[in-house]
Design a binder for this molecule. Structure first.
Ligand code: CA
Ligand code: CA
Length: 298
């Protein structure tokens, strides 16, 4: 099986990055990823060679043969295996608590079991997700800490093993990269980190032609989401809601009034993260709504 090692990492998603590897549509590939601290932060807070570190590195890019601009890249997350430990670092420079957090305190947790022991009284269930996953933008070079229409640092805690992510193809080969695994992360990511770790992500990639997917879109645990990022949560909320409305109009016989009313009754608008250079929101619907009209996602 093709493996992209964590030697081929980048801190940006760009149409100009040379492919680290090539594969065909339908192929299963492993991405080995560093943690968001470039594997240089230790459990005691020490940092190795900070001057050389990449911020939020992503492994890739992978060139998928046959992927052309206008297509959709289907990325099925087959499996995520994480490192035996995860780290958090209190951020003094942003997030919801920047004025409360005075020092860069680091905590390390054992991630080998089903739970992490947060305090002697609180256990939290591990639910590993991918923070950064995206294709290359059309013309711009976007840093891996920024999400956008190409995906990137969406920090959506529904991008888990078993889910299927749909990303836009903006350039030939799509140029898929990923990194920034979290053993666990709450909606909002309010202190700018999840339980940061590295690992191995096994994905199967397929090129989808001619489908009106509201990318970035995600099928996960019986729900279908459109994930949108913008300068404000208001703007991202509007974009995610409208992307889902347009999709429903295209794949069902319902008109704009019915689609709008349906989303107003049954839409699940949630915050992914409020801490990255663009903010990310997802609009979700229950899979049963698609099933009612025999809409089968590709
Ligand atoms: Ca992130
Ligand atoms: Ca992270």
């Amino acid at each position: 099986m093709l493996i992209l090692t964590k030697q081929t990492v980048t801190n940006n998603l760009s149409p100009h990055n040379p492919p680290a590897a090539r594969c065909t549509s339908g192929e299963t590939v492993i991405f080995e990823t560093r943690d968001c601290y470039d594997d240089r932060l230790m459990g005691d807070g020490a940092v190795i060679e900070p001057e050389k570190a990449l911020e939020n590195p992503a492994t890739g890019p992978l060139y998928i043969e046959g992927a052309q601009p206008g297509d959709v890249l289907k990325v099925h997350i087959d499996r995520i295996a994480i490192n035996p430990t995860g780290l958090m670092r209190a951020s003094v420079s942003g997030g919801a608590f920047n004025d409360l957090v005075k020092t860069r305190k680091v905590r390390q947790f054992d991630t080998t079991g089903e739970y992490i022991q947060f305090t002697d009284k609180i256990k939290l269930k591990i639910d590993t997700m991918i923070g950064v996953i995206g294709t290359a933008p059309h013309t711009d070079t976007v840093m891996t800490h920024t999400p956008g229409s190409h995906g990137g640092n969406m920090d959506c805690n529904k991008i888990v093993a078993g889910s299927t992510l749909y990303l836009p193809v903006n350039v030939p080969g799509a140029l898929l990269s990923m990194g920034d695994l979290h053993a666990l992360m709450g909606d909002g990511e309010v202190m700018i980190c999840g339980l940061e770790t590295g690992g191995k992500v096994t994905v199967t990639v397929d090129v989808i032609k001619n489908y009106p997917m509201p990318t970035p879109a995600l099928s996960c645990r019986g729900k279908f989401y459109s994930i949108q990022s913008a300068n404000t949560l208001d703007q991202a909320s509007r974009m995610a809601s409208r992307a889902m409305l347009k999709f429903l109009q295209q794949v069902t016989p319902m008109d704009v009034y019915d689609c709008a009313m349906l989303l107003s009754l049954a839409g699940d608008l949630s915050v992914c993260q409020i801490v990255d250079p663009q903010l990310t929101v997802r609009m979700g619907i229950d899979q049963s709504i698609l099933d009612a009209y025999e809409v089968t996602l590709p």
